[in-house]
Design a protein around this ligand. Structure first.
Ligand code: ADP
Length: 437
């Protein structure tokens, strides 16, 4: 379309030139050939000057954007229109492309994983997560070799080897607690993406899982070995007294396994079920009385057991879970307090609500063990725990059950003097005054 309009303008120009040549020829025939040629040359010169003027105007418009409105004519006007159109179209395409690039970058920026675009080994771009993972400053570090910023020999070796089929695990020297899984994906010519993911939590979970399986296997193997040993000897044993003794020992070991499996099932149900509904109000005074009676039975008269229910409040939740949590604290207090000591159970008012506490005058716990007490199978003294029938899961169960009721387990202890475990309750699970109902 534009081409045909330019061609028609050229045709008009050529027509005018032909008319001028004819007029000059007519003048030459009338007034002599010299006058004819002179007039023709003049006409050509004027037309040439006009074209040069318009060419200069168009050039200035292209170079500096000077306005040419209404000052161009003929083929130059047409050329100006065509160029103007194509300029507008390419500006529009550029804006669309910039918009698309912007959207891709925004999407890559929002990714929870780190993304670094490498040109060869140089950083071309990175998202915020990658900047955080590798300590890159996008304003200063663009264009720098990635190995200058990610200063880890494993990473440099991985880049050099060029085998990116599997990710590698990295730990930055300045952030040793964080583990990153890093993988390179090559694309285009000499370009690649470095993808990074924070796998710290996953690694911790994996370690916990491995330790848990090893612990459970170990805990079960010991009593099983004892039982199977006795079973073998029992076959050849004819003395009824010895047989009774063996059976008694086997019974002890199977009880130990049973307690362990029951504790594991309790823990698993606490972890996998939703928090207990807030329908049933637990009568804390009655619960404390029951716990006191259990403590007396376990102590067998070796300790002084005191119960003090001073708070006039009850709890909304699962009585089974709370009595298992409190029961574990009470049984620990009895088991880790030498004969002659005292165990006190409290249900006390606090500023923000009420607290359950168990205090003993027992062996106490060294401060370095306190942060790890609620880990599964963590024991300060493995032998003593086993001797007294512990599974190593009591405090883990207590912690879970309490947190499901909005409370946290707090421990304070003085080695050789005694320990206090407490759980503070507040908020919607605490009902003031209901225990009197
Ligand atoms: P266990 O079945 O071994 O008692 P728990 O999870 O109940 O397991 O307790 C973990 C460890 O915490 C115990 O092995 C013990 O070393 C220590 N512990 C718990 N309660 C007390 C306490 N009242 N006094 C001293 N040590 C305690």
């Amino acid at each position: 379309m534009a081409e045909s309009r330019i061609a028609s303008r050229v045709a008009v120009g050529l027509g005018l030139l032909a008319a001028a040549a004819f007029a000059a020829w007519a003048l030459g025939a009338y007034a002599g050939a010299r006058w004819g040629w002179t007039a023709f040359a003049m006409l050509l010169l004027v037309s040439l000057l006009l074209h040069v003027r318009q060419l200069l105007m168009l050039g200035r418009w292209l170079e500096r954007g000077e306005s040419v409105d209404g000052r161009l004519s003929g083929v130059w006007d047409e050329l100006h229109a065509v160029l103007h159109r194509s300029r507008r179209q390419s500006a529009q395409r550029e804006a669309e492309l910039a918009d698309q690039v912007g959207r891709w970058r925004a999407a890559a920026r929002a990714l929870p994983d780190g993304v670094v675009i490498l040109d060869g080994e140089r950083i071309a771009w990175c998202n915020d997560t990658a900047c955080m993972h590798f300590g890159i400053d996008p304003a200063q570090d663009a264009g720098r070799p990635v190995t200058q910023l990610v200063r880890m020999p494993e990473f440099s070796a991985y880049l050099e080897a060029g085998d990116y089929a599997k990710p590698i695990s990295l730990r930055q020297p300045d952030q040793p607690e964080r583990t990153l899984s890093v993988q390179v994906v090559a694309y285009g010519e000499g370009q690649s993406l470095v993808l990074s993911r924070d796998v710290t939590r996953f690694e911790k979970l994996e370690t916990m899982r491995r330790e848990f399986v090893a612990n459970v296997s170990h805990e079960l193997r010991t009593p099983l070995t004892v039982v199977s040993g006795f079973l073998e000897t029992l076959g050849d044993e004819e003395d009824p007294e010895a047989r009774r003794r063996y059976l008694g020992l086997m019974g002890e070991q199977s009880n130990r396994m049973l307690r362990l499996v029951e504790d594991l099932l309790t823990l698993s149900s606490l972890e996998s079920s939703p928090p207990p509904p807030m329908e049933d109000a637990i009568d804390m005074r009655a619960l404390l009385d029951r716990l006191g009676a259990e403590a007396r039975a376990l102590s067998g008269g070796r300790h002084r057991i005191e119960v003090e229910a001073g708070a006039d409040a009850s709890l909304l939740g699962s009585e089974k879970e709370l009595s298992s949590a409190f029961g574990n604290l009470v049984s620990n207090a009895v088991r880790y307090t030498p004969a002659g000591g005292a165990v006190r159970l409290y249900w006390q008012p606090t500023e923000e609500g009420a607290a359950f506490a168990v205090e003993d005058t027992g062996i106490g716990i060294e401060p370095e063990h306190i942060p790890r007490l609620t880990e599964r199978f963590y024991r300060v003294d493995r032998g003593r725990s086993r001797e007294t029938g512990g599974t190593g899961l009591g405090l883990a169960i207590a912690k879970h059950a309490l947190s499901r009721h909005g409370a946290q387990l707090e421990v304070s202890s003085q080695p050789g003097k005694g320990t206090r475990f407490s759980a503070r309750f507040s908020g919607p699970r605490l009902r003031p005054g209901l225990s009197r109902i």
